[in-house]
Design a protein around this ligand. Structure first.
Ligand code: ADP
Ligand code: ZN
Length: 828
């Protein structure tokens, strides 16, 4: 018997392995298996039965699988088909997609272990690298390659192999156990003989120790509350007893310990989630829901674009649609951008779905993820909410996939492959399952909007905010543009703040209302520049300037995280003054504190939210009214709903518009609309102030009027003219490596080959290679090539050209890397 196995490598093919007789009963399609691959052992996925040949095309005997790692298949047929489609479409390895769909930490990776033999070191003792390595091994006996490399970075395997040849070490490939395992917890109950009603009284007379009696009484108390088998930990706390007391009761045959599996969740108990408020959907919600439930009842694929302004009640529609799906015995997935997956959001879903919903989150521990994954596969959870990767959750019988804020660029994965777009995968997965997909947004991506116009998606509009009972719908906030150039002329500009914005904030403080301020740049000053010679400190590994961070008094690279001390004089000319150019959130905070010394300010950016629950803590404090102003990067723009916020200020609406990306305007429009939507969500009317130097900019003109369609009409002609999405398809190629010359050669070879293979495809252009906008990141030089194709050229034809290029040119030289990015979301 043979099987076809895919491996987590950027390879197009599956490999055939034979199955030893002992494993024949174990192995099934969709199971993970351990296989030898060159010198390594890898976790692969069985994707099908092989033919009966026992040798490969070159006549070599087939290798045998070493182990079967799953007792039931990790992948259903459906997931096999979906991941296969993703590999084809995104031009990556099927095994790479499969790895992305499994919770991390469950694969068994091979590790090299180095063992020291008895042989004396001899001349090797003086070798600059070999000597220290041998001494380390002498002291430790053996070490994993990983541990050895931590001590002696850069020890090449080839050196170790030479040591092995000389008989000084042995290299073994060891298999490590998966890092995550099922977690269990002790529960207690009475042994059968002591479960009758009178038993507790008998025991109280019979037992000596008052602690033992306390445990028995406590357990009886739990039983009376309907919990006959509570957690041992809870019993001990309530009884104020120690585990030794329980042990003696178990030894006496009075109590039993039961090991129960714990489902690790990142949000602790559900007990504090209040039941959802009872509400009737307003007419626009009702109309949207009826269209959606009709499709769910039909059980055929349909994709909806739910275009609803911020606060129009989209989330309530998702919840109602999910309920309809669960009522039919089907399951559902809700995707939200990572940044919007706040406890506020989760609690809202929990209130409706209780313990039927699993949450996935990038900050979960491996164990938490593993549990969620297994219980989704087993059907214990019927709904999952999570960011991008939740689209690959192992749910069967899928009825609905919701993609909230479908325009968000974070739905696109960049590194590592597969570089998939979760929204597009969601539509495909729904299609494969005859399920329904809802894409929701206040500012749909132009791609989705074009699909709706073309009739591929059904457009549902909710143009107004949820009406407050007894009154018309809360109006959208008024948006004012503050022209910074004019303000400066009138001497009304103080640092980053116009007098207009300061006055507006002051008013809110007086009225005890709250303010959100957006400055989409963290740190204090993005550039430090010498007054005299113009020198600006750059990151030595990345071609960007270092950002000054005031609280730490250091400079930091925002691409690689490298830090450097703050120079007191110019490192080049010695001048005494370095100017701090530009404005980050720290500087805004400082200026705000001087203008409004009594304001209570919370800052939310990457630097203040590194700790695990910091993000949540800041939002809760703001929600409780412990601060007047929430200041931050785009983190403050997403999904927040605070009734007392009546002013939103954008410190620099122009940031981001100068990026060399054809989507820069679209992104700016989306971000401004998004953050503006935070103002005046409840009874109090909202106001938005946008500070800018380009008041006539398209994105600003239209976000002022909340005019999404007007904005779309204004920018579509340019997209059409240049063949950008939604009118054309793009594939980006990134070449990178530590030596510029090698990267250039690689990029040129690929580009030339692609140009040749694309020549028969009408209208396809291969542009490049060009140095990337940021030419160097983390010591890697970067070059880009772009393939631009008219919409009518099938994606499969482009994928074929890319695959043929890859197989013609083979693996890139050592240290170099080629990234293929189908439908890229950023182009720099
Ligand atoms: P969106 O997802 O479009 O931003 P939400 O679903 O969050 O909008 O709704 C905005 C606010 O209105 C929320 O506080 C929500 O609880 C409330 N809401 C939504 N629908 C209704 C309704 N039918 N009746 C009363 N309140 C509603
Ligand atoms: Zn750097």
């Amino acid at each position: 018997m043979t099987v076809r196995v895919v491996l987590p490598l950027p390879l197009d093919q599956a490999f055939t392995y034979c199955v030893p007789e002992a494993l024949e009963r174990e192995v099934q399609v969709g199971c993970r298996v351990l296989v030898p691959f060159g010198p390594r052992r890898l976790t692969g996925l069985v994707v099908g039965a092989g033919d009966e040949a026992t040798a490969d095309a070159q006549g070599r005997r087939l290798k045998a699988i070493l182990d079967v790692l799953d007792d039931e298949p990790s992948f259903t047929d459906e997931m096999l088909r979906l991941t296969r489609w993703m590999a084809d479409y995104y031009v990556c390895g099927w095994g790479e997609v499969a790895r992305a769909a499994l919770p991390s930490g469950t694969d068994i990776e091979s590790r090299q272990r180095i063992l020291r033999t008895e042989a004396p070191a001899g001349p090797w003792a003086d070798h600059p690298l070999g000597g220290p390595v041998l001494r380390y091994l002498d002291a430790h006996g053996d070490a994993t390659l990983q541990a050895l490399r931590q001590q002696h970075p850069g020890v090449p395997l080839s050196l170790l192999r030479r040591l092995e040849r000389d008989g000084l070490v042995r290299i073994e490939t060891e298999q490590t156990a998966p890092r995550v395992q099922v977690k269990t917890e002790k529960h207690l109950r009475f042994a059968p003989a002591f479960r009758h009603p009178g038993a507790v009284l008998d025991l109280k007379q019979q037992l000596r120790g008052h602690r033992q009696i306390a445990v028995v009484e406590t357990l009886a108390g739990f039983r009376a509350e309907g919990q006959p088998t509570p957690r041992q930990a809870d019993v001990l706390t309530r009884a104020n007893a120690a585990a030794s007391t329980v042990r003696s009761l178990v030894d006496k045959g009075i109590l039993e310990v039961v090991e129960r599996e714990v489902i690790r969740t990142p949000l602790g108990d559900l007990a504090d989630v209040p039941p959802p408020p009872a509400r009737t959907l307003h007419p626009a919600q009702q109309a949207a829901l009826e269209r959606i439930t009709a499709a769910i009842e039909r059980g055929t694929f349909e994709a909806f674009l739910l275009h609803g302004v911020t606060g129009s009640g989209k989330t309530e529609v998702y919840i109602a649609a999910l309920k309809a799906v669960l009522a039919r015995g089907q399951t559902g997935i809700v995707l939200v951008p990572e940044i919007a997956l706040t406890p506020q959001t989760v609690r809202r879903f929990r209130a409706h779905f209780g313990d039927r919903i699993a949450v996935l989150h990038s900050r979960m521990s491996l164990g938490e993820r593993y549990d969620a994954w297994r219980h989704l596969r087993s059907g214990r959870f019927q709904v999952v909410i999570g960011p991008r990767s939740a689209v690959l959750a192992p749910l069967s019988n899928l009825g609905l996939i919701v993609v909230d804020e479908e325009h968000e660029p974070s739905y696109k994965q960049f590194d590592p492959a597969p570089r998939y777009h979760a929204r597009d995968v969601a539509v495909m997965r729904a299609h494969m399952n005859d399920a329904v997909c809802i894409l929701g947004s206040a500012t749909p991506s132009l791609e989705s909007f074009a699909n709706a116009r073309a009739g591929k998606y059904t457009l549902l509009a909710m143009p107004e905010r949820v009406p407050v009972p007894g009154r018309p719908a809360a109006p959208l906030p008024t948006v004012e543009v503050v022209d910074l150039t004019l303000e400066r002329k009138k001497h009304r500009l103080h640092g980053a703040f116009s007098q207009t914005l300061l006055d507006a904030i002051g008013q809110r403080l007086e009225r005890r209302e709250q303010v959100i301020l957006l400055q989409n740049r963290r740190g204090y000053a993005p550039v430090l520049e010498c007054h005299a010679c113009g020198f600006a400190p750059m990151c030595p590994d990345c071609s960007v300037t270092l950002t000054y961070h005031k609280p730490m008094r250091h400079l930091r690279c925002h691409y690689c995280g490298r830090t450097a001390p703050l120079p007191s004089t110019c490192p080049r000319c010695g001048a005494a003054e370095m100017k701090r150019l530009g404005t980050g959130t720290q500087r805004v905070e400082e200026e705000l504190a001087t203008h409004l010394p009594h304001a209570r300010i919370l800052r939310m950016d990457l630097d203040t939210t590194r700790r695990k629950d910091a993000h949540h803590a800041i939002l809760s404090r703001f929600g409780r009214g412990e601060a007047d102003i929430l200041l931050g990067t785009q983190m403050v723009a997403k999904g927040l709903d605070f009734g007392r916020v009546t002013l939103v200020g954008v410190i620099d609406a122009d940031a981001g518009m100068l990026l060399p990306d054809f989507r820069a305007e679209e992104r700016t429009f989306q971000l401004l609309t998004q953050v503006a939507g935070r103002a005046g969500r409840a009874e109090l009317p909202g106001e938005v102030l946008l500070q800018t130097r380009n008041p006539d900019h398209t994105a600003l003109r239209f976000s002022r009027r909340h005019d999404y369609e007007g904005f779309v009409e204004a920018i579509l002609p340019e997209r059409r003219q240049f063949g950008y999405p939604p009118f054309g398809r793009l594939v980006g190629l990134e070449f990178r490596g530590p030596q510029e010359q090698a990267v250039v050669e690689l990029a040129e070879a690929w580009t030339a080959q692609l140009a040749t293979l694309c020549r028969p495809l009408p209208g396809v252009q291969v542009l490049g290679p060009e140095p990337a906008f940021i030419g160097r990141i983390k010591r890697q030089y970067r070059y880009h090539t772009l393939i631009k194709a008219p919409r009518h050229v099938p994606a499969a034809d482009l994928a074929r050209a890319l695959r043929r290029t890859r197989s013609a040119l083979g693996a890139p030289p050592r240290g170099c890397h080629v990234g293929i990015d189908v439908d890229p979301v950023g182009l720099f």
